[in-house]
Write a protein that binds this ligand. Structure first.
Ligand code: ADP
Ligand code: MG
Length: 697
């Protein structure tokens, strides 16, 4: 961006210091560059009008064209209002104003034709529109674009007469000045290949489209550019990292072969095999691996982790598997120990509750290299834990660990940064993964082991609770165990706590013959673990809990998941919770309990859960419902501050722009070729802008 775009907005005709301050504080618009990128959030189609007779209350904002038949001031003083009757060939519509009454009265002329934009509502069983936008047809200039931009603004700005229209006027002014200054930011080869219009033409047409074709072309071009630069940045980070970080080379696999041939009690799924190949390939390159493994709950990530750890062992290195909770670490350890024993590999477990005397032994075994595999919690991060040669770190359930913690693991091998495999059961749609983890390689297990029974999911209203209790009783008689989960948005919310307690008591009353565990966030970790363990050991039949049980817990005998106030959970979270059942051979069930009062969006979530068990499909729908900002684990990610592209909708453009970025970096990693000069410059100006931003906010 040239210096022109760094000009402060107050220098623009029609702005001045007061409005400039407002635009800064209200919309974070400081410079010409900020302003020109304040894209319209929607457009009024000047060619589309509703007939008055076709209006009804269910419609959103609509546009009507008609003549003013009458206008009249009604009421007194503060209750005064202006009532105007607009007429077209099909009927009449009342327009009302409660504010700016006098002004509007002089503006609107009887007998003239107007275009009116507003939301039809019913008042006193008559259709009307309150405070619509109006414009005299005679004043709409021929050259005025047929798609009229509508800009985001705020109440405060509007009070200072900076409404959408005013922003439009300012924008027109700016565009006139800016046109000769707008530089092309994409290489000609790309413009040519994707038949994209120039940046200058795109900027003009995103604000004031001259035709629908040009408008679409402008949108495509600007979205492409935005995503292209995000991807370029991520891909360059990745290349830099790969070039810099050497990793140990692991190629030998004797123990793995023995394990595979003699001890693995089931066939790996094709997806597991593919992922293992991807990991093995990474480990042999001499570069440090940084891989994200996504797999739905129950897809069998643990065995993949174990196999990766065997590869490390086979090449004289050690491996650690870090879980977010003690109970998960326990489960991993209990599951893997028998395998390790058969293979003659020393495996250990280190958590917060490991006894001091045991710790000493563990520390020694790790430092001497005698122990090959260690499973644990954050306790692994402590400085006293030293390895002879840590070669591979596996992190289960990635979003519970921060970047800082991950880097602590890295420091445990001064010679080679360990290879890293991050495992998550939170399925992230591919488009999002590409953007969020563009700097990681992504592997996906998209297949469940054969013979798994689909979990049957149903939605029941609270009024059917007695029947649900009856079903629970049947299942317990069959020997199964049951989870009942209550929402807990904030662990401190006393109301949620009360819900949980009330629930616990009513379950106790309903099932006096059975034993019940309860786990929630206010409990001490030891107490929580103790209660969990009772359930794991089948000493209790029912587990009443908050979402603390969400992550990874494996109780194959638990076959029923009841989610209370299910409408209060996000879709991905519901899916995570459901994944706690369906881990054994028995048919499992998930029952979503709600009241009758459901929002439209809650209904979509519940229907989706009932319809599908596919985590990726669910993640996609979740993304569409909520937008990327709310998805698990994405909150801190700055890459999602997109101005025009939409990750939920622009998957195809994202893919194309990523491929384009990849291709360019392959040919010209340093962006040194003359035809890529403008890319390089644009990156620099983007970076300059980022610095600005961080200084301001
Ligand atoms: P997750 O991906 O949720 O961590 P786990 O690794 O805990 O899943 O696996 C769930 C269960 O499936 C475990 O009991 C595991 O032994 C079993 N499992 C894993 N892979 C297979 C397979 N290919 N065939 C049959 N069972 C498998
Ligand atoms: Mg797991």
């Amino acid at each position: 961006m040239s210096n022109f775009f760094r000009t402060k907005i107050e220098f623009l005709k029609g702005i001045g210091p007061q409005r400039a301050t407002l635009l800064q504080t209200e919309l974070q618009i400081f410079t010409y560059g900020d302003l020109i990128q304040h894209y319209p959030f929607r457009y009024l189609d000047r060619t589309q009008f509703y007939k008055i007779a076709d209006l009804d209350e269910g419609l959103p904002f609509v546009q009507v064209k008609g003549f003013v038949k009458s206008k009249e001031l009604l009421g007194e003083g503060r209750k005064q209002r202006l009532s105007v009757v607009l007429q077209d060939t099909t009927g009449e519509l009342e327009l009302v104003w409660f504010k700016g009454v006098k002004f509007m009265q002089t503006q609107l002329q009887k007998g003239l034709e107007y275009v009116v934009f507003g939301k039809p509502t019913v008042f006193n069983s008559r259709l009307n529109m309150a405070h619509p936008e109006v414009e005299a047809v005679s004043e709409i200039k021929a050259e005025q674009s047929f798609l009229q931009p509508v800009y985001n603004t705020t109440e405060k700005l509007k009070n200072h007469r900076v409404d959408s229209k005013a922003i439009g006027r300012i924008m027109a002014e700016l565009l006139k000045l800016a046109q000769p200054q707008i530089k092309e930011t994409l290489p000609f080869s790309l413009l040519d290949r994707y038949r994209m219009i120039s940046k200058a033409e795109a900027m003009q047409n995103i604000h004031f489209p001259v035709s629908i074709e040009k408008f679409n072309a402008a949108r495509f071009r600007l979205k492409f550019e935005e995503l292209f630069y995000v991807q370029l940045k991520l891909l360059r980070q990745k290349t830099v990292r790969k070039a810099d970080l050497k990793g140990q080379v692991f190629r030998q696999v004797p123990t793995l072969t023995e394990f595979y041939n003699n001890h693995l009690s089931f066939d790996l799924t094709n997806a597991q095999k593919r992922v293992i190949k991807e990991i093995y390939k990474d480990l042999g390159t001499g570069k440090q691996m940084n891989r994200l493994l996504q797999g739905d709950v129950g897809s069998g990530k643990t065995i993949v982790a174990f196999i990766a750890m065997l590869i490390a062992h086979d090449n004289g290195a050690q491996a650690c598997l870090m879980a977010p909770t003690e109970i998960l670490a326990d489960q991993h350890y209990v599951g893997l120990k028998p395998y390790a024993d058969k293979l003659g590999i020393v495996i250990g477990k280190l958590t917060g509750s490991t006894k001091q005397s045991d710790r000493k032994v563990l520390h020694e075994q790790l430092q001497s290299g005698e122990m090959s595999i260690i499973v644990g919690t954050h306790a692994l991060l402590e400085d006293v834990v030293k390895f002879k040669n840590l070669g591979l770190c596996i992190i289960d359930e990635q979003h519970r660990f921060g970047v800082a913690q991950r880097s602590k693991l890295w420091q445990k091998n001064p010679r080679f940064i360990p290879h890293v495999l991050v495992m998550t059961a939170t399925p992230i749609p591919r488009t999002l993964a590409m953007t969020l983890y563009g700097d990681l390689d992504v592997s996906v297990i998209d297949e469940l082991p054969a013979g798994r029974k689909e979990i049957i999911t149903v939605h029941r209203y609270d009024s059917h609770r007695l029947r649900v209790f009856g079903f629970m009783r049947e299942q317990i008689k069959l020997g199964r165990q049951i989870y009942i989960v209550y929402p807990l948005i904030e662990e401190s919310e006393t109301m949620d706590y009360k819900d949980l307690m009330d629930g616990y008591e009513s379950v106790q009353r309903a099932f006096p013959e059975y034993r019940i565990s309860m786990v929630h966030g206010k409990m001490k970790p030891q107490d929580k673990d103790f209660e969990m363990q009772r359930f794991v050991k089948n000493e209790t039949q029912i587990m009443v809990a908050t979402t603390v049980i969400e992550v990874g817990v494996n109780v194959p005998n638990a076959s029923v998941m009841i989610i209370e106030s299910a409408e209060r959970f996000g879709l991905s979270q519901l899916h995570q919770l459901r994944g706690r059942v369906g881990r054994g051979a028995e048919q499992s069930y998930c029952i979503l309990m709600t009241s009758y009062k459901l929002s439209k969006e809650s209904k979509v979530r519940l229907e989706t859960m009932v319809r599908t068990n596919n985590g990726f499909e669910i993640a996609d729908i979740d993304l569409k419902l909520r937008g990327p900002g709310d998805l698990m684990g994405t909150q801190q990610s700055g890459v999602l501050d997109l101005l025009i592209a939409d990750l939920a909708k622009d998957a195809k453009i994202l893919q194309e722009s990523r491929a384009a970025a990849q291709e360019i970096l392959e040919i010209d990693p340093e962006l040194a070729l003359p035809e890529h000069e403008n890319i390089k410059q644009h990156i620099q100006s983007l970076q300059a802008n980022t610095v600005n931003w961080s200084r301001i906010s």
